[in-house]
Write a protein that binds this ligand. Structure first.
Ligand SMILES: [Zn+2]
Length: 409
C-alpha cells in the first residue's frame, strides 16, 4: 500500500468519505458520477472513496442499470442494508426499550418490556437493560447487521461527554455512572448516554418527516417530567455542563408550590403528568393502579378528555396555558422556526394546544407570528428517544466512517 498520508490529507480523506456516505444516504441510490456532481469531487476521486466504503461494508453497488453497456456506467450505490447498525436504548420510568437501526435509519429490530425502574437500585435496571440489548443485537446479527455502538436515553441530566447520570429525579438516581455496568455486560460495544429530550429532538430532525426538516426548533417532551431540547442550525444546544433544556423548571408562577428542584411554581408543577392527573381529579393511587404500562396514564387522560370529562379538560387547559407561558419566553429568546410537541404529550395535544397557542399569541414579540404558526405535533410520539439514540450511532458512522476501522469493529 501507499505510504501513510500526512495528517491534513488524512483528515481531508476522512471528510470526503463522510461526504460520499452522506450524499448516498440523502439522495441514493446514486451513480458514482452523480455522487461526484453532488459533492464537487472528480469522478476518479469519488471512485477511490467508494471502493474504500464498499470494502468496509458501508456501501453496496446495485449493479448496472442498463445491461449490455461497457463498464458499469449506471451502477447505482446505496447504503448497505446488511452493514453497520446503531443500537438505541431507553430507560423510562416504567419501561425499557431497545432498537437496532440500519444505516438507512430503518428500525430493523425492536423490543420493549415493562420494568419498574423508579426508586430501584440502578444495578438491576442496568442488568435488565443489558439483557435486552444483547437480545436485540443477536437478532440484528441474525439479519446480517453489525451493531457498532449503543446510545442510551435517560430521563435525567447527563454530564457532558460522560456516562454519568447526574440527577434523574423520576428514577431516584443521583450521580450514577451507567458506563461500568453496561460496558462489562456488553464488552466491545462503544457506549454513549444522553438525556431523552435531546435524543427525542435529534429523532425529530432525522426521522420527523418534515420536508424540509427545520434547522432551528425547540422540542418539548414529557414522561413524568418535562424536558426540552434546543436545536440550532441542525445541532443540539447542550450548554456548558450538558444541562440545557430544563424547561420543566422554568418558573410559571414564582409564588407557586415548591418543586423538587428547590424552586417554586415550575412548569412541571402545572403541566407534568402527576400535576395534570391531580388537577384532573384522578388520585395518584388510582392512576398507578392498572396504569403502570408506558403511556397508559397519558392514555387515561386522553380517554377521559375525549369522553368529555370537564375536570380533566380543565386540567389540560391549565397545563397548555402553563406550557404556553414557559414557551413564550423560550420562543422570544431564541426565535426558532418551530416548537415541536413530542413524547408522551402528543396524545394530549388536541386539548393542550388551544390554551398553549393562545398564551403564545399573546406573548410573542413578533406581531406577524400567530401562536398556531409556531407549534407542531411530532409524528414520532413516545418513540422519539429510543429512535434518536439509535440514530445518533448511525449519525456517528455517517459523519466519520473511517473511525469504525480504528475501533476495530
Ligand atoms: Zn422545579
Amino acid at each position: 500500500m501507499a505510504a501513510p498520508l500526512p495528517n491534513t490529507q488524512q483528515a481531508m480523506r476522512r471528510r470526503n468519505l463522510s461526504l460520499v456516505l452522506h450524499a448516498v444516504a440523502a439522495h441514493g441510490p446514486l451513480s458514482r458520477a452523480a455522487v461526484a456532481a453532488r459533492i464537487g469531487l472528480t469522478r476518479a476521486a469519488v471512485s477511490t472513496l467508494v471502493d474504500e466504503l464498499a470494502r468496509d461494508g458501508l456501501l453496496v453497488e446495485l449493479g448496472p442499470s442498463r445491461p449490455g453497456t461497457v463498464g458499469r456506467p449506471g451502477s447505482a450505490l446505496q447504503l448497505n442494508e446488511r452493514g453497520p447498525a446503531g443500537l438505541g436504548a431507553e430507560i423510562g420510568v416504567d419501561h425499557l426499550a431497545v432498537c437496532a437501526m440500519d444505516l438507512g435509519r430503518r428500525v430493523r429490530v425492536r423490543a420493549q418490556v415493562e420494568s419498574a425502574n423508579r426508586d430501584g437500585a440502578p444495578g438491576p435496571v442496568l442488568g435488565r437493560l443489558a439483557e435486552l440489548v444483547r437480545r436485540v443485537a443477536a437478532e440484528a446479527e441474525g439479519e446480517g447487521l453489525r451493531p457498532v455502538g449503543l446510545a442510551v436515553a435517560v430521563p435525567g441530566l447527563v454530564a457532558r461527554e460522560s456516562c454519568v447520570v447526574v440527577r434523574a429525579p423520576n428514577l431516584g438516581w443521583e450521580g450514577v455512572d451507567v458506563g461500568p455496568a453496561l460496558r462489562e455486560a456488553l464488552p466491545g460495544l462503544p457506549l454513549t448516554v444522553d438525556n431523552e429530550a435531546n435524543l427525542g429532538a435529534l429523532a425529530e430532525l432525522w426521522l420527523g418527516g418534515h420536508d424540509p426538516a427545520p434547522r432551528d426548533f425547540v422540542h418539548v417532551s414529557a414522561e413524568i417530567g418535562i424536558g426540552a431540547a434546543v436545536v440550532i442550525d441542525g445541532r443540539l444546544l447542550r450548554g456548558t455542563h450538558g444541562f440545557a433544556g430544563e424547561l420543566g423548571h422554568v418558573p410559571v408562577r414564582p409564588e407557586g408550590p415548591e418543586c423538587v428542584c428547590g424552586g417554586r411554581g415550575c412548569l412541571e408543577q402545572y403541566a407534568g403528568e402527576e400535576a395534570v392527573l391531580r388537577a384532573g381529579g384522578i388520585p395518584a393511587e388510582q392512576a398507578a393502579d392498572g396504569h403502570r404500562a408506558p403511556g397508559s396514564r397519558i392514555a387515561l387522560l386522553a380517554r377521559r378528555a375525549a369522553d368529555g370529562d370537564q375536570k380533566v379538560r380543565r386540567a389540560l387547559r391549565g397545563a397548555g396555558a402553563a406550557l404556553g407561558i414557559a414557551l413564550a419566553g423560550t420562543v422570544n429568546l431564541l426565535d426558532p422556526q418551530k416548537v415541536v410537541l413530542g413524547g408522551a404529550l402528543t396524545p394530549l395535544a388536541p386539548w393542550l394546544l388551544p390554551a398553549l397557542e393562545r398564551e403564545l399569541a399573546q406573548r410573542l414579540t413578533d406581531p406577524a407570528r400567530p401562536g398556531q404558526d409556531v407549534v407542531t405535533v411530532s409524528r414520532l410520539g413516545s418513540d422519539g428517544p429510543v429512535l434518536g439514540a439509535a440514530g445518533s450511532v448511525v449519525q456517528g458512522v455517517l459523519d466519520d466512517p473511517a473511525a469504525l476501522r480504528e475501533d476495530g469493529a
